[in-house]
Design a protein around this ligand. Sequence first.
Ligand SMILES: Nc1ncnc2c1ncn2[C@@H]1O[C@H](COP(=O)(O)OP(=O)(O)O)[C@@H](O)[C@H]1O
Ligand SMILES: [Mg+2]
Length: 259
Amino acid sequence: MIDISNLSKSFGSFKAVENLNLNIQKGEIYGLIGPNGSGKTTTILMLLDILNPDPGAKITIDGKEIPKRINDIYYKIGFMPQELSLYLDLTIEQNLRFFGELYKIPKSTLNSHIQEVLELIDLTEFKKRIISKCSGGMQRRCSLAVALLHRPEILILDEPTVGVDPELRIEFWNYFKDISKERGVTILLTTHYLAESINCDRIGLMNKKILISGTPMELMEKVRKLKNLEKLPDMEEVYIYYTLQEKKKKYKEGINHEL
Ligand SMILES: Nc1ncnc2c1ncn2[C@@H]1O[C@H](COP(=O)(O)OP(=O)(O)O)[C@@H](O)[C@H]1O
Ligand SMILES: [Mg+2]
């Protein structure tokens, strides 16, 4: 569904993303997992044609080349940005109406779409509340509702669980699982909470590039064997292991280069 090869992004002499390769299948929840500054948001903004990649990258979404055919795919994608992008002085319902019109959802069906996402994200009883009077968690829920409003086939969620309390975080993961399993929606999301990766079908551990990709269990099992551990390591240990491997590889390449 989403195929990326050779994706890089430089800001001046600084490389935020370096040679990233990634394939995401239809209907799966794929997590880009990495600490702050590892290039997750930059990657997502290039997928959405908000940032231009360095030359040489190839991106296709549902078979359409990006950026050339972004207009053919734009309406199939729902996006929840990292930062809040709702109108603070409008109510939840008014925000949904505004974004629905922006997405050109026909007037005749807009009301039913709004009702559907309000129910799905448990916001119906708060729909008349002004965003500035909503809690952080409720604002995040409203952002997710906006992303779902036009019934997208692909959802791109940038740090959807940041600033969300633990109880609501569990609820969020349940929404994601329902949406992907029941509707076949493909979800690409990012998180810097390594422990959350366990909720994804597959993950890519990210540090400018994908260090390793697989199911969370596969990766933990791999590191357990490689390090000869008795117990399964947690995802932080797995991340540190692959970051160190990458550093060693680069160091060796550097030495070879000097010779
Ligand atoms: N517009 C920009 N100009 C310069 N540096 C940037 C810009 N956007 C991001 N960066 C840098 O690129 C790196 C990756 O950022 P980002 O993709 O936001 O990481 P993440 O989302 O994983 O936290 C960071 O070091 C960040 O400071
Ligand atoms: Mg980010």
